[in-house]
Design a protein around this ligand. Structure first.
Ligand SMILES: Nc1ncnc2c1ncn2[C@@H]1O[C@H](COP(=O)(O)OP(=O)(O)OP(=O)(O)O)[C@@H](O)[C@H]1O
Length: 239
């Protein structure tokens, strides 16, 4: 899915968060939105996912406008918010079956089994209530939920938080293959975990002082700022 944003503006009261924000998220690519705490990353993702309104500008999803977004386009977006959407009283099997049914997933049992096997391997957790899970285990269930309908647009806000290196590695591998397996897929991810971002090797979009300060590859970032990603961002965020 392609998302085109033109001159997007968003304020909370008197606080301006996004000013004249324009970007095209193209098919077949992974994008990473970077920016210091409070830069506006989650705000942007929440706007794209139709969760909060914006003040002015235009957003298009393929050829559809934000204001008249058909259900089939909305259903083709998978959003992992920084706020957990799990229902803690349910077991993973109950929760994932619910989500699979909402998205009319074909052969939901098989799909759930496949995802749980990938993320949990030999752990037998499907019938244990989510409220007994650790932070990382909950994150992996959230992953299963966001991937269950194989969306063309995958939008992930801080997907690595709480994951151990094995869990993070699984996500990196999954994301790295996701856009190349099937045409038309796009991923947008935010994270402060730069080592993981480097592994995914996305197109970077650096938000700073309400605007895009840099857009391009990690290699080009290093050349432009004469620093590695970590040191370059520390310098930019500290200005
Ligand atoms: N509902 C809200 N009401 C008022 N201000 C808000 C609201 N949501 C976000 N903000 C403000 O908008 C700005 C951007 O917040 P946002 O959560 O998008 O930042 P972020 O880049 O995702 O930060 P972090 O890296 O800490 O997750 C912050 O100054 C925040 O205080």
């Amino acid at each position: 899915m392609r998302i085109s944003i033109n001159n997007l503006r968003k304020s909370f009261g008197k606080k301006l968060v996004l000013k004249d924000f324009s970007v095209d998220f193209e098919e077949g690519r992974i994008y990473s939105i970077l920016g210091k705490n409070g830069a506006g990353k989650s705000t942007l993702l929440n706007i794209i996912c139709n969760i909060i309104p914006y003040d002015s500008g235009e957003i298009r999803y393929n050829s559809y406008k934000y204001t008249s977004l058909p259900t089939f386009i909305k259903q083709n977006i998978g959003f992992m918010s920084d706020q957990s959407s799990l229902i803690h009283e349910l077991t993973p099997l109950q929760y994932l079956t619910l989500i699979a049914n909402l998205y009319h997933v074909k052969e939901p049992k098989r799909r759930i089994r496949k995802l749980l096997d990938y993320f949990f391997e030999n752990e037998s957790i499907e019938n244990t209530k989510i409220n007994t899970f650790s932070t990382g285990m909950r994150k992996k269930i959230e992953f299963c939920a966001v991937l269950i309908h194989k969306p063309d647009m995958l939008i992930l806000d801080e997907p690595f938080s709480g994951l151990d290196p094995v869990g993070a590695e699984k996500i990196i591998k999954y994301l790295s293959g996701y856009c190349t397996q099937i045409e038309g897929r796009t991923i947008i991810v935010t994270s402060h975990q730069l080592d993981h971002i480097e592994r995914i090797n996305p197109e970077l979009i650096l938000l700073n002082n309400n605007e895009i300060q840099y857009q391009g590859s990690i290699v080009n970032f290093r050349n432009t700022f004469q620093a590695d990603l970590h040191d370059g961002l520390v310098a930019i965020y500290s200005r």
